[in-house]
Design a protein around this ligand. Structure first.
Ligand SMILES: CC(C)(COP(=O)(O)OP(=O)(O)OC[C@H]1O[C@@H](n2cnc3c(N)ncnc32)[C@H](O)[C@@H]1OP(=O)(O)O)[C@@H](O)C(=O)NCCC(=O)NCCS
Length: 174
């Protein structure tokens, strides 16, 4: 559901504005996996804490780009991306997740900024997939300049459709 607007809602949330973003370390992986496992989005895709841990460990071993946001000594979000993960040319944001208790306070934006900075240094496009039913995330991406450029039915899971979102600074051959 859409986050309610207004100052009263903001003060109710735990304050994580002092978060820091840094490269993921192996000891961060269980906390990242726990964030995924607790999110209904990935439960719908059948992702468990164990499978999430394996997924992130694999990404870490492959030297994919992984960053965490930390606040008050805890991991409150993370992002996983590849500089050439889309069509072997372009940046691909594979996954972003912020702990439910830390949302709406700029953590997701800070993680996206780190990913986009690195990706745009190496090419003019960023792609990502978002589920058709995940309207809050679609809005989050749209606000950050992403636009839907296609749809892929039955890709991650049968019966579910992924939207391809792109943020661009231009074509590959300018
Ligand atoms: C999508 C997601 C990563 C966004 O993370 P987030 O930390 O909530 O994002 P931000 O706080 O930076 O921005 C969210 C909104 O809060 C607002 N916001 C930013 N700072 C704020 C603050 N200090 N107080 C209140 N609101 C604030 C932003 O304006 C933004 O609004 P918008 O989406 O309408 O643009 C997070 O909601 C999430 O993990 N969702 C579940 C998993 C998911 O859907 N992942 C994407 C899969 S494709």
């Amino acid at each position: 559901m859409r986050r309610a607007q207004g100052p009263s809602r903001r003060v109710e949330r735990p304050r994580v504005r002092e978060h820091q973003v840094r490269i993921l370390r192996p000891q961060d992986i269980p906390a990242c996996a726990a964030i995924i496992a607790s999110e209904s989005l990935w439960q719908r895709y059948g992702t468990s804490g164990r499978s999430a841990r394996e997924l992130i460990r694999g990404a870490f071993r492959r030297h994919d780009c992984l960053y965490v946001a930390r606040a008050n000594g805890q991991v409150v979000g993370f992002i996983w991306f590849l500089l050439r993960g889309a069509f072997a040319h372009s940046g691909y944001i594979r996954l972003i997740a912020v702990a439910a208790s830390a949302r709406g306070q700029g953590v997701g934006t800070a993680l996206m900024e780190v990913a986009e900075k690195r990706i745009f240094q190496s090419g003019p496009n960023v792609f990502l997939l978002v589920s058709t039913f995940n309207r809050p995330a679609q809005q989050f991406y749209r606000r950050r300049g992403y636009r839907p450029v296609g749809r892929v039915p039955d890709y991650v899971a049968s019966g579910l459709t992924e939207l391809i979102y792109r943020k661009t600074e231009g074509s590959l051959r300018r």
